[in-house]
Design a protein around this ligand. Structure first.
Ligand SMILES: Cc1ncc(COP(=O)(O)O)c(C=O)c1O
Length: 506
């Protein structure tokens, strides 16, 4: 078969089957593969990709099970027709090149790792409700510029920033955590990172120093795909652990086939399903970690935005054994444009070896965040800009959350969840085919949302549904996006609005 080589990345540590499934699924959702298109025979694709035929058969069967492919005995496998109620059609992006089958082109143009967020080469949606993006419209522009001027006006050092980051920023972050999260730590325990993934990579590097070749890290299923991939890229073996309505299922962790070296968890707002670990479970998790010597990586990515009830204490603030590393980020609080985050190590007295291992990695790799950016961030924190911005956006997100509830909260066949905190919501849908149809119809209408299936850590165990963010658009765009989601659900026969029991009198 002609055409470019496929974007199967053998070095990524991701199973080939998962990469195949994601590539084909994306090709269908992008419209590079249309309903009725034949896909290459399993034999042809296996030889094209240099993988076993059984891997292709398994991938095709999974896609057929999800409703994307139509497999019939004795006939060519084709891209399935979507339910006729979804008349929006597919967007015609990602055209196949001459001599290249559409499936090859779809795989070639796919992002290598199946991220649910921006993908190179994809047409910009008119309304992006992709999760993970904050509102930046209300950032105090004068204070922002003043902070950068202040940082730029300082003397220019002829050395790299210190391995754990600039002291003034570490002190400001310790202060910020005390106010925003009730976490008491010393600036000495704070390490500046280039966002969450770099923080996770740094911890993985330290785990290799401490535990040898291939440490095992338990991750949530479903969970945050890019952190999982950051761990895998750093040589970690990830072990998916189910989540329940509260978040990580501690029983499943206890029963897991291997005892992990670390567990990565989003206890305050499980990503993406939204559960919150009760305080008693937090304490049990810490007790289990203490008894097994497991490191707990607490991804505290959006706790500043709690919409219902008071926030629960961070795991790091309950930990006495020195086994919790808190990972924080300014990506939600301000903007991912900064690529700025931090981790908080346990006090040196309780876990000196972890600190030494992190120091060893950083001594080799240096602090990746430019000193000037660290100084600007310190100025934004010191001047109260971040605190005020959190207060403003918390109100804005609470308002947007109400818009989401008003637009989609009365569809019991498509339950809405994950709204107790943060900036995203989840809609559970009955099955893979309806999910694919809703995502495709919305894409055709210019509205981007993420399939819940993309967050699965276990191939073949994808949950049907969609995940969408409600922070980054304007109110008007959000209202239109919500209206279109509602219409896709109702027109698709997935759910009917609940009849209001109270009627206006007269
Ligand atoms: C679960 C989770 N953790 C952390 C982050 C922040 O990542 P970063 O700091 O790398 O931008 C995100 C952003 O979407 C997230 O969804």
């Amino acid at each position: 078969m002609d055409g470019p080589m496929l974007a199967i990345d053998r070095s990524s540590g991701r199973p080939l089957g998962v990469q195949l499934v994601e590539g084909v699924r994306r090709g269908i959702l992008d419209g590079a593969l249309r309903p009725g298109d034949p896909v290459p025979s399993t034999r042809a694709l296996a030889s094209e990709l240099g993988v076993s035929r059984s891997a292709i058969v398994a991938a095709y069967e999974q896609l057929a099970g999800e409703g994307y492919l139509d497999m019939r005995q004795g006939a060519a496998t084709r891209v399935a027709e979507l339910p006729t109620t979804f008349s929006g059609g597919m967007p015609a992006t990602g055209a196949a090149g001459p001599g290249t089958s559409r499936i090859v082109a779809a795989l070639t143009s796919s992002a290598p790792t199946g991220a649910p967020d921006a993908e190179p080469g994809r047409t910009e949606p008119r309304i992006s409700l992709l999760p993970g993006y904050p509102s930046t419209a209300r950032i105090d522009a004068r204070a922002w510029r003043a902070a950068w001027r202040h940082a730029a006006a300082r003397e220019i050092p002829s050395v790299s920033p210190p391995p754990f980051g600039v002291d003034s920023l570490r002190a400001e972050i310790a202060d910020h955590l005390r106010h925003a999260r009730g976490v008491t730590c010393s600036p000495d325990e704070v390490v500046i990172t280039a966002g969450t993934n770099e923080a996770v990579g740094l911890i993985a590097g330290a785990l290799r120093v401490l535990r040898g070749a291939q440490p095992i890290v338990a991750v949530e299923h479903p969970g945050y795909p890019s952190a999982r991939r950051a761990l895998e890229r750093r040589g970690m073996l990830t072990m998916p652990v189910a989540v329940d309505a509260d978040g990580l299922d501690l029983e499943a962790l206890r029963r897991a086939p291997h005892r992990p070296d670390a567990v990565m968890v989003t206890p305050s707002h499980q990503y993406p399903l939204g559960g919150r670990l009760p305080v008693a479970t937090r304490l049990e998790l810490l007790a289990w970690a203490g008894s097994t010597g497991t490191l707990v990586i607490e991804d505290d990515y959006d706790s500043e935005f709690r919409h219902t009830g008071p926030p629960f204490p961070a795991l790091a603030s309950l930990d006495e054994a020195g086994l919790t590393v808190l990972v924080g980020s300014f990506s939600k609080v301000l903007t991912p444009w900064l690529r700025l985050g931090y981790l908080v190590l346990p006090p040196a007295e309780t876990n000196p070896t972890l600190r030494a291992a992190v120091a060893e990695v950083r001594a080799d790799e240096a602090c990746p965040v430019p000193g000037v950016a660290q100084e600007a961030m310190a100025a934004l924190l010191a001047g109260g800009t971040v605190r005020r911005h959190i207060a403003v956006t918390r109100r804005e997100y609470a308002h947007r959350r109400r818009l989401v509830l008003a637009a989609l909260g009365d569809l019991p066949g498509a339950p809405l969840s994950a709204l107790d905190g943060g900036l995203h919501a989840v809609i559970e849908l009955p099955d893979a085919a309806t999910s694919a149809a809703v995502v495709a119809r919305l894409a055709a209408e210019g509205v981007a949302v993420a399939p819940l299936a993309d967050y699965s850590a276990v191939a073949g165990d994808e949950q049907p549904g969609i995940v969408f963010g409600y922070a980054a658009t304007t109110d008007t765009q959000l209202a239109e996006g919500l209206e279109r989601i509602r219409a896709a659900i109702i027109d698709g026969g997935i759910a009917r609005p609940v009849e209001r029991t109270s009627r206006p009198i007269g």
